[in-house]
Design a protein around this ligand. Structure first.
Ligand code: UDP
Length: 479
């Protein structure tokens, strides 16, 4: 194989949970293999990213024209973290409208360089870009921001929506090995209310069909923990899959934090440094979700009552009418913030925290998470067990895998279900006390951490599974 140092075009969907891992992959491809990365996104996302790209990097940021107002969205709606759920779904559903502009962009690159890019790596929501890549003779891969098991369950159940309507409470997951069953209460809410033929269903069917046009799917996972998911895609879709994870970097998170990044980092690290090893609960719900007002109040009461050290990334509930300065009694208990500050038991971070660094701090004990795949991977990479509170998408299936298949997670709540602070406290006590369960979970999390490290190993003649998968992917793209 003669290696040509060429351009790779990367195009994530406009959400932090997609931009962050794409940027991490861009850095890895650039550093290890010397490719020039052309990173495509809409104007406001590129503007946020620009200051974070290291000066010595050859990553080139390229804007694709997009006017959210043309698609029934408020002006400048270019990222899901600024949108309530219905508009967030709308941004996904209208995303195929980017196709003509993307074709023009690739055409411009072909003119500029006199040849097509080596490869186009696009978001799972942009399956249509496979057609564009092939028109120009470029290799195409999807980089899936979800985990293998969760995405396989999402694919399987979405394609078999009638399964949702069966009366039995528990049913086998189509396309999964025998014995893999799911209970209706483990389904995300949008599956339960899905109406075949509505805009979201139609979008998903088109997306799954478009995936078949791609030359394969890169997953941010490892074969060792996600074999069932990888086999599902190999067998049921019949495509190449490359589990190349864990691909992690804090660069995208810093770009999102903007000017406050350094100050917030300093605050969090100083606070964590002052706490004993293995003593802190970290609570965060990713870049775009937040529990309802009543759930947020119960969570706050639980954190106050449990007596444990905690960091909580606090964000107003998406359906709340009040902001941070007017939350008293609405979605936080009266006097909560002042009491927490006075006791120094907790650190409340507004909106955005340096998550990767927090999870890898020695004081961290457990992560209460919505189970977005990046968050899961970041916790696993640091050997941190979890409490799950999935909010939607494929997060319920990620939680199921962590709890039932891997034994390093305990469920707290799901979606908009009722929660009571006393039950939350019980779960926190179970995983942060000295119980056998807590010890087992920590041991399992540490085992997985080691597997993740070994998978990336690529030195002295040894290639871990992810290093090998990356080599296979590049070989396929080059040949
Ligand atoms: N994140 C962060 N700080 C925050 C919240 C989120 O750095 O306060 C990062 C987190 O580390 C992860 C990403 O944002 O890399 C969220 O992705 P995930 O897949 O977990 O959830 P999503 O936001 O897509 O629901």
């Amino acid at each position: 194989m003669t290696e040509r140092k060429e351009n790779i075009v990367m195009f994530p969907f406009m959400a932090q949970g997609h931009i962050i891992p794409f940027l991490a992959l861009a850095l890895e491809l650039e550093k290890k293999n010397g490719y020039t990365i052309i990173f495509v996104n809409t104007r406001l996302n590129i503007k946020k990213l620009r200051p974070s790209i290291p000066p010595n990097s050859s990553i080139r940021l390229l804007e694709i024209p997009f006017n959210s107002s043309d698609h029934g969205l408020p002006p400048d709606s270019e990222n899901t973290d600024s949108l309530p759920l219905p508009l967030l779904l709308h941004l996904i559903v209208i995303s195929p409208a980017l196709e003509p502009a993307f074709r023009d962009l690739i055409s411009g690159l072909v003119l500029e360089h006199g040849r097509p890019p080596l490869c186009i790596i696009s978001d799972m929501f942009f399956g249509w870009s496979a057609k564009v890549a092939h028109e120009f003779g470029a290799f195409h891969a999807i980089f899936n921001a979800g985990g293998g098991y969760g995405m396989a369950a999402f694919h399987s159940l979405w394609l078999h929506l009638p399964y949702m309507k069966v009366n039995s409470e528990e049913f086998p997951m189509p396309g999964f090995p025998k014995g893999h069953r799911i209970h209706t209460k483990q389904l995300p809410e949008h599956f339960q209310v899905a109406v075949p033929g509505d805009s979201w269903c139609s979008f998903s069917q088109d997306m799954f069909r478009d995936w078949l046009e791609s030359d394969g799917i890169l997953f941010n996972t490892i074969e060792e923990i996600d074999h069932v998911g990888m086999e599902y895609f190999r067998q049921q879709i019949g495509c190449s899959v490359w589990p190349v994870g864990p691909i992690l970097s804090s660069l995208g998170s810093k770009a999102r934090a903007g000017d406050d990044a350094e100050a917030t980092m300093h605050l969090c690290m100083k606070w964590l440094d002052s706490k004993p090893t293995n003593s802190v609960l970290y609570v965060a719900f990713g870049s775009q979700s937040a529990p309802s007002p009543s759930q947020t109040i119960q969570l706050a009461m639980a954190l106050e009552a449990c007596g444990k050290n905690f960091i909580w990334v606090v964000r107003p509930p998406s359906n709340s009418v009040t902001d941070h300065d007017h939350n008293e009694g609405e979605w936080l208990p009266r006097g909560f913030e002042r009491r927490i500050q006075d006791s120094n038991k907790g650190l409340l971070v507004q909106q955005w925290a340096p998550q990767l660094e927090i999870l890898s701090h020695k004081s961290l004990c457990v992560f209460l998470t919505h189970c977005g795949w990046n968050s899961v991977l970041e916790a696993l990479r640091s050997g941190v067990p979890m409490l799950s509170w999935p909010m939607g998408a494929e997060q319920n299936f990620n939680a199921k895998m962590l709890e039932e298949e891997m034994g390093l997670c305990v469920g707290v709540a799901s979606g908009s279900s009722e929660v009571n602070h006393k039950d939350i406290v019980k779960k926190i006590d179970l995983v942060m006390g000295g119980s056998t369960k807590a010890k087992d979970m920590k041991n399992k999390a540490c085992e997985v951490m080691e597997m993740l490290n070994n998978a990336k190993n690529d030195e002295k003649g040894f290639k871990g599974s992810s290093a090998k998968a990356m080599e296979d992917f590049l070989y396929a793209a080059l040949s």
